[in-house]
Design a protein around this ligand. Structure first.
Ligand SMILES: Nc1c(NC[C@H](O)[C@H](O)[C@H](O)CO)[nH]c(=O)[nH]c1=O
Ligand SMILES: CC(=O)[C@@H](O)COP(=O)(O)O
Length: 139
């Protein structure tokens, strides 16, 4: 059994609830322990995972959030920089699944967040578990 931390940017409550439920269910189905930390927005996720990884309490991480395009360039910053930060941590060997939705509208987000539809939270958890398995294999 491993210990996973879900770091969720709680920007849209109803969408987050579905993503976190999907991720939690996937991790618990494999017998893992799950904790959840909430941060204000997707831009805070990589830094939070970095701090948590330094603490050496968790074996893996799932990033959860929703970024919906607005009127300005802000979407590109939040979507791109959160993904870039997560990828940088992944390249450092930290087992992370990226479950941050980057979508055009709420309808797209609902389909992807819902565990009974695309279940992107569950998908991110499965990715995190896969990376942890690889980490254990190579270390
Ligand atoms: N617009 C969205 C944000 N924006 C907030 C940033 O992530 C960040 O919290 C702020 O700039 C302070 O550093 N975050 C999301 O998760 N989703 C959005 O759609
Ligand atoms: C992430 C976004 O683009 C959004 O929340 C911000 O909207 P806007 O660009 O209209 O300020």
């Amino acid at each position: 059994m491993a210990k996973f931390l879900i770091v969720e940017a709680r920007f849209y409550d109803h969408l987050n609830d579905m993503l976190v439920a999907g991720a939690t269910a996937a991790l618990k189905a494999k017998g893992h322990e799950v904790e959840v930390i909430t941060v204000p927005g997707a831009l805070e996720i990589p830094g939070t995972i970095s701090m948590a990884a330094e603490a050496q309490i968790y074996d893996g991480f799932v990033a959860i959030g929703v970024v919906i395009r607005g009127e300005t360039y802000h979407f590109e910053i939040v979507a791109g920089e959160s993904a870039r930060g997560i990828m940088a941590l992944t390249m450092d060997g930290i087992a992370i699944g990226n479950g941050i939705l980057t979508v055009e509208n709420e309808a797209q987000a609902i389909v992807r967040a819902d565990p009974k539809q695309k279940d992107k939270g569950g998908e991110a958890a499965i990715a995190a578990m896969a990376l942890l398995n690889l980490q254990n294999r190579f270390n």
